[in-house]
Design a protein around this ligand. Structure first.
Ligand SMILES: N[C@@H](CCC(=O)N[C@@H](CS)C(=O)NCC(=O)O)C(=O)O
Length: 230
């Protein structure tokens, strides 16, 4: 039995894909072993059998699954005896809401802050592709975007307000113990952590304390990833 996770390649092992981190944490939560194989944005042939061109892609023996949410649902169904990612059907539906919420709200607010430094950490072969696609997306040079990030930070911090209110009252979004909703938000933070020294949170922010707890999980899998301790 082999289990392979295709993920985004970065230079010097900086792997900052927020979606891939969701899957990495879900696999650890389930106690499953896996091999991580990095993919360059300019050479996606390795994931062609998945029928699409984005990572994460999980190959579980002979089963190919893409999309971090689909992978989480697959793991929950296939490894039902391992610790639950959702805590039941209602929890799964709520986690799907968190997934969409994070993609739309938190990622939306973070994108302009995180992308310029991510460019510095992408594989050198992918840099030109990354710059062109992201400058097209934002309609301005990455350097301009980077110069604007102090102005973009309050909107990101504000987008975290629902999480902040919950985390002021309980240790994890999922309650007393972490589960998939927490891995969704951790993925959001692994993106800047693995690519940027720019500090996003105040030290007394409940989200900051939560992130510190999350980094220690599973033998500090996230804390030990090459990145910046901010
Ligand atoms: N909804 C997908 C999004 C996957 C995604 O966009 N992955 C990024 C890496 S972080 C990617 O493959 N980007 C390739 C591109 O921008 O063309 C998921 O949750 O897995």
């Amino acid at each position: 039995m082999t289990r392979i996770l295709y993920e985004l390649h970065g230079r010097d092992q900086y792997r900052f894909s927020p979606y891939c981190w969701r899957t990495i944490m879900a696999l650890h939560h389930k106690g499953l072993e896996f091999e991580r194989i990095p993919m360059k944005l300019t050479d996606r042939a390795c994931i062609a059998p998945s029928g699409q061109d984005r990572v994460p892609v999980l190959v579980d023996d002979k089963t190919w699954i893409n999309d971090s949410w689909a992978i989480a649902c697959y793991l929950e169904e296939t490894y039902g005896d391992a610790p639950s990612l959702f805590g039941g059907a209602a929890g799964q539906r709520l986690a799907e809401f968190v997934n969409r919420w994070a993609d739309h709200t938190d990622h939306g607010a973070l994108r302009a802050i995180a992308v310029p430094d991510a460019w510095r950490h992408i594989d050198p072969d992918d840099r030109e592709w990354f710059r062109q696609s992201r400058e097209k997306m934002f309609g301005r040079p990455l350097e301009t975007l980077r110069a604007e990030r102090d102005g973009a930070l309050p909107a990101f911090r504000d987008a975290l307000e629902p999480a902040r209110a919950v985390l002021a009252a309980q240790p994890y979004l999922s309650g007393k113990a972490p589960a998939y909703a927490d891995y969704i938000l951790l993925g959001t933070f692994m993106w800047p952590r693995c690519s940027s020294p720019y500090p996003l949170l105040d030290a007394d922010d409940p989200v900051h304390h939560w992130r510190g707890r999350m980094l220690t999980l599973f033998d500090a899998a996230a804390a030990n990833a090459p990145g910046y301790d901010v």
